[in-house]
Design a protein around this ligand. Structure first.
Ligand code: GLU
Length: 421
């Protein structure tokens, strides 16, 4: 398994070399600070159990640390380090005044009851009260956490802090100061980016096939927007496997079936665009290797690696997961002429609307969903254009352009602050 922190450091080192970033800056930006706490909660059967929790803070030169908290058995110190670094670049690319942070709890949330998850989330909010806050570090949902998790974390945090602080978490339910449009923001932002890259490659929606790996909030939302815009969504998957149908699949119907049956691979007979054409079951690995125009990894990191990069047949990869492509795979895909739209641009819609939420919390005045979506669209399309402009006419990788653009901004902010003493 590729260590995502090594990936994140390699990506940074490459960009730093090109920008001739000073050694002390590179070292500072390669070493996020990780806070660790043991969360001990009561299980429903009366026993106590300990869960290890992290909050990694990478850089706050441009604004408070910002980034999600995931609940996943694979969470590690190095994983949150990497993810916090990617958040710094992401915020810089979409030009919002935040730095990078990320948290996680080592837990399989599917094994806990709703009450146990509530206790765990509240414990997270209170255990990190000293390092979080609207002007310090602002968590949000990530893998296997959602608006309810944020509501619990906020409550745990506010009880420990002794005051109300809605801006300390984003991705909250609307009733607790959440923003309209935050629930669909990452997927919708990715949809705008996919439209831009499709346009740049003269791909017509009705003739463009798409495979999406991951049926969480992000994977489902982008698949649904693409389908509704006329793209041919031919494959979908969740962690247990997927379905393929060259006639096209309606993601909404597949999702409804998945909710009922528990896994999408049991839904091969539902959602076909052509009535008489059942889907076939495929593995996640096969989905990645499909001969499609656009491949969208929207699950976990490192799924495109040295092992399968030679067999990827998509023309374009839009990274909706964080870190789905290892550096080796990135080089191979680049050499093979496959265009990769990097995570730090493609999935930045979530943190962009988190920023809108934080702004609304700061002045206690709330926007309509239309206004949020309109501002998101403007921000995502502009960010795409800025990054893509660096690429046009050259044999250039969009990841590289994005990193150069982001690192320059962050390095300038650090320099402008001057020395610590
Ligand atoms: N977890 C999301 C991400 O990786 C959202 C972060 C946020 O809204 O702060 O971008």
């Amino acid at each position: 398994m590729v260590n995502p922190y090594e990936t994140a450091k390699n990506q940074l080192a490459d960009a730093a070399k090109e920008l001739k970033i000073a050694e002390h800056l590179l070292s500072e930006l390669s070493n996020p600070t990780v806070h660790q706490r043991d969360l001990v909660i009561d299980l429903d059967d009366g026993r106590k159990e300990k869960f290890v929790a992290y909050r990694s803070q990478h850089n706050n030169a441009r604004g408070p640390f910002k980034g999600g908290v995931r609940f996943h058995p694979g969470v590690s110190e190095d994983e949150v380090r990497a993810l916090s670094m990617w958040m710094t670049w992401k915020s810089a690319i979409v030009n919002i005044p935040f730095g990078g942070g990320k948290g996680g709890v080592v837990v399989d949330p599917k094994k806990l009851s709703k009450d146990e998850l509530q206790r765990l989330a509240k414990a997270y909010g209170s255990a990190f009260v000293d390092v979080l806050g609207p002007r310090t570090d602002i968590p949000a949902p990530d893998v296997y956490t959602n608006s309810q998790t944020m509501a619990w974390m906020l409550d745990g945090y506010e009880r420990a802090a002794g005051h109300q602080a809605p801006g300390a978490f984003t991705g909250k339910p609307i009733a607790l100061g959440g923003s309209e449009g935050r629930d669909t923001a990452t997927g919708l932002g990715g949809f705008f980016i996919t439209e831009e890259i499709a346009k740049a490659n003269n791909m017509k929606p009705s003739e463009t096939t798409v495979a999406v790996q991951g049926m969480g909030n992000v994977g489902y939302t982008i698949a649904d927007y693409l389908f509704k815009a006329g793209y041919k969504v031919v494959a979908l998957s969740d962690s247990k496997g997927g379905i393929y149908n060259d006639g096209g699949i309606n993601p909404e119907l597949s999702r409804m079936c998945k909710i009922e049956k528990g896994m999408i691979s049991d839904c091969y007979h539902i959602g076909s665009v052509q009535d008489d054409k059942e889907s076939t079951q495929i593995s996640n690995e096969d989905l990645l290797k499909l001969d499609v125009d656009i491949l969208i990894p929207a699950a976990l990191e490192s799924v495109l690696s040295k092992k399968n990069a030679d067999n990827i047949k998509a023309k374009v990869v839009v990274e909706m997961a964080n870190g789905p492509t290892t550096p080796n795979a990135d080089d191979i895909l680049h050499e093979r002429g496959i265009q990769v739209v990097p995570d730090v641009l493609a999935n930045a819609g979530g943190v962009a609307v988190s920023y809108f939420e934080w702004v609304q919390n700061s002045y206690g005045y709330y926007w309509t969903r239309d206004l949020v979506n309109q501002r998101l669209e403007e921000l995502m399309r502009n960010s795409f254009k800025k990054v893509y402009a660096v690429c046009i006419g050259q044999e250039c990788s969009m990841r590289r352009s994005a990193y150069l653009y982001a690192l320059k901004k962050v390095a300038d902010a650090i320099e402008l602050r001057g020395k610590e003493k």
